[in-house]
Design a protein. Structure first.
Length: 253
């Protein structure tokens, strides 16, 4: 168990802040991991990033481009293949592997439940859409709400956790995470993706977010983040079952 971490303390101390934040329940937590762990995680990933992995590059510039995923998911592949790729990632980057194990631990799940008020959380064992995200100069991710139903586990997605990895990220490079209100009439918040900053938020059919503007970072520097998703067996009470989508719902701004 990692020491000197945010979740060494009760998440209930942050619960009111979490549920009160607009436009949907969320929290921004800096210094999320011990500094040595976050730095080692970044350097491990940046040194071994595989060139043969699936790259979603300009497949639809209106949605996202110049973005890579590790592990990657190809539709129609057996679920065991996805599990094998996750293990490959964790074996290749041992520090990251330890971090991912920590984020799946009972202690961390308890912290998340206390923070969010959502009980019986489960981490996605397939990292569908998650894992490590790498966005290149000029890349972007348009505003969207995430899938809310996992088509393998049949679980309901409840929480997103994003943890930024790239050191010394500058304001002028962009890449801000934007949070928009439910009717997409206004942007409510921008979050600069500085190293060791975590953003945790409720995943709903109306939790619109993204970084829609092209990155202006140096061409040899990348916006790295860990993206993890947490689920429950039961559907939330306010879920619209007529809109039970299993893929991102894009908003073109």
């Amino acid at each position: 168990m990692m020491k000197n971490t945010i979740w060494s303390h009760s998440g209930s101390n942050l619960h009111y802040n979490y549920i009160s934040n607009k436009p949907f329940p969320h929290i921004i937590l800096d210094d999320f991991l011990p500094s040595g762990i976050i730095e080692k995680t970044y350097w491990d990933i940046s040194e071994v990033w595989p060139n043969d992995k699936w790259v979603m590059d300009d497949y639809n510039p209106n949605e996202q481009n110049k973005k890579q995923f590790w592990p990657y998911v190809s539709h129609g592949e057996p679920a065991i293949v996805q599990i094998d790729r996750i293990q490959e990632l964790m074996d290749t980057c041992e520090t990251l592997g330890s971090v991912l194990e920590e984020f799946a631990s009972p202690k961390f799940l308890r912290f998340l439940s206390e923070l969010t008020g959502i009980n019986n959380l489960l981490i996605d064992p397939y990292y569908s859409g998650g894992g490590i995200h790498k966005t290149l100069n000029g890349g972007h991710l348009n505003i969207h709400s995430d899938y809310v139903y996992h088509n393998i586990t049949k679980w309901y997605r409840r929480i997103n956790l994003l943890l930024y990895l790239t050191p010394n990220w500058q304001e002028e490079w962009g890449g801000h995470l934007e949070l928009w209100n439910a009717d997409m009439s206004s942007k409510e918040k921008e979050v600069l993706p500085i190293q060791n900053r975590a953003v945790i938020f409720n995943t709903t059919q109306k939790s619109f977010h993204g970084h829609p503007h092209a990155l202006q970072c140096p061409i040899d520097l990348y916006r790295y983040s860990i993206a993890l998703y947490y689920f429950t067996h039961e559907a939330p009470e306010d879920l619209n079952m007529d809109e039970l989508h299993t893929s991102a719902q894009w908003q073109y701004i």
